[in-house]
Structure formats: C-alpha cells, structure tokens
Design a protein around this ligand. Structure first.
Ligand SMILES: [Zn+2]
Length: 93
C-alpha cells in the first residue's frame, strides 16, 4: 500500500470517513488520500480525524477503518468538540 497523492477537497456528495466511519455531508472540506497497491483507491478523512492524524503523525501507517475513533474514543471526542464545536466548523448538524 503506497500513498501517491493527497489533497483537500470540498465534497459534492456524502463520503464515509475512513477514520471514524461517519457519513460526512456534502460541502465539507475533507482530505482525500490516494493509495495504490496495484489498484487505485481513495480514502476520505473528515477534519476531526485529519486533525488527529496530523497531531499523532501516523499518516504513513495503514489504519484500519474506524480505528482513529475506535482506538481512543475519549480523545477523538475531545478533538471533535474542538474542531466541530469550537471554531464554527460544523460538520454534522
Ligand atoms: Zn473521521
């Protein structure tokens, strides 16, 4: 599994975040990472999970789906409140 690209997009449809498995509504800025292991596929990260990845520097590791939230729910919830409630960047109304 190799990362071949990453960019931030404003989504035009609902995407499932690979970090927390929430359905993130269209119009949210999400980080899209393109991987290849022969086939190419995309992983969408919501701002909360991206924030945690940035802080913990595990972005090059392979992370099982939902693991960013399930791995440490209290910490994830704390960051969610900071990111989504704290700065007016609402994601899930
Ligand atoms: Zn997420």
């Amino acid at each position: 599994m190799r990362i071949i690209g990453a960019k931030t997009v404003k989504t035009r449809k609902v995407h499932n975040c690979v970090g927390c498995e929430r359905n993130i509504p269209a119009g949210t800025k999400m980080n899209v990472v393109t991987y290849t292991d022969g086939d190419i596929f995309h992983a969408y990260w919501c701002p909360v999970c991206q924030h945690i990845l940035d802080e913990t520097l595990i972005e090059d590791e392979f992370i099982p789906e939902g693991e960013v939230r399930n791995g440490n729910r209290e910490y994830w919830e704390k960051i969610r409140r900071e990111v989504e409630d704290g700065k007016g960047k609402e994601i899930c109304p």
